[in-house]
Design a protein around this ligand. Structure first.
Ligand code: ADP
Ligand code: MG
Length: 310
């Protein structure tokens, strides 16, 4: 569906992207994760044909964006970091204007009204864009990206500046869109990418630092979780209780942390905090501390970006 091969981009002497390559299949939701200045927007601008790379190729649905930009771009809906909204326009007029600009060949009225329903702006269609909340304006930007039903949707930091309720709304929408479209979205927030994407690329200083399926990159590559416990009681009794808890993969003894209190790490397939609590309660031991350990994606990400402020 999308092939990005060895793209490199310089701004003067500054290398914004170096040899970035990846491929995406139909229906993938790819998260582009990286700190500010990593090269996320530059990559997206190149994929959408908005700017050109110095070298490398972008092939969308078999079409090289340099050979046939018009047809390649028809496959892509783009919501840039700053949505290109005309703030004095009424939502419906704006979408109608963009529909014409994109030369969409679908029944106009029906298509626009269908998209407005999909992104939840049908109740503000006759409002002036600048009077809308940031969450609604973002949805209008998204509606613009969906005009013409492009198979690929590219969203640059779609939740920046939204409040938590709006963020949840937009994430839900992205997941729904993922059922019919191939999606690339960028974010500098790990939890966001983890919540919506099935593939992740971590980019830093213009280079791909890690990539893989979300469940490969989280939880030590096995999709597992680790919790650290400190429990007061007899070490062997605690060990047995933990070991016999459902869904536990392994229990690791760490040693005595204070008199009569032992630390363990427990690896499991699911969230077993409640089951551990119940299992330990059945013995005469007391849990003094229970703490989920960082996912390996978080560790990987923090290791990659630490000390490399751009
Ligand atoms: P991100 O979206 O990950 O925050 P960008 O792709 O916007 O990062 O930027 C990557 C790097 O390229 C940054 O160091 C940024 O300062 C630089 N850059 C981006 N656009 C330009 C430009 N038009 N001119 C010069 N430098 C730029
Ligand atoms: Mg950016």
């Amino acid at each position: 569906m999308i092939e990005v091969k060895n793209i490199t981009k310089h701004y003067g002497k500054h290398t914004a992207l170096e040899n970035v390559s990846f491929t995406l299949e139909k229906g993938d939701i790819l998260g582009f994760l990286g700190p500010n200045g990593a090269g996320k927007s530059t990559t997206m601008n190149i994929i959408t044909g908005y700017i050109s790379s110095d070298s490398g190729d972008v092939i969308i649905n078999g079409i090289n964006i340099l050979d046939d930009p018009t047809n390649a771009k028809k496959n892509i809906g783009y919501l840039p970091e700053m949505p290109p909204l005309y703030n004095d326009m009424i939502v419906e007029k704006y979408l109608s204007f963009m529909f014409d600009l994109k030369k969409v060949r679908l029944p106009k009225k029906e298509h626009i009204s269908e998209i407005c329903k999909k992104v939840g702006i049908d109740d503000v269609q006759d409002r002036i864009i600048k009077h809308l909340s940031k969450g609604y304006r973002q949805r209008v930007g998204l509606a613009q990206a969906l005009l013409g039903n492009p198979p690929v949707i590219i969203l640059d930091e779609p939740t920046v500046g939204l409040d938590p309720a709006q963020i949840i709304g937009i994430r839900k929408l992205i997941r729904e869109l993922g059922e019919k479209h191939t999606i690339i979205l960028s974010s500098h927030v790990l939890s966001e990418i983890e919540a919506v994407c099935d593939k992740i690329i971590i980019i830093n200083n213009g280079k791909i630092a890690a990539q893989g399926a979300t469940d490969e990159l989280t939880g030590s590559g096995k999709g597992t979780r680790i919790i650290r416990l400190e429990i007061e009681g007899r070490e062997q009794a605690i060990y047995s209780a933990l070991k016999n808890t459902d869904n536990v993969i392994s229990v690791n003894k760490i040693g005595e942390t204070e008199k009569g209190c032992y630390a363990f790490t427990v690896e499991s397939k699911k969230d077993i905090r409640r089951a551990v609590y119940r299992a330990v309660s059945r013995t005469d031991c007391n849990i003094l501390m229970m703490q989920p350990q960082g996912h390996s994606l978080e560790e990987t990400y923090l290791n990659i970006i630490s000390g490399k402020d751009n």
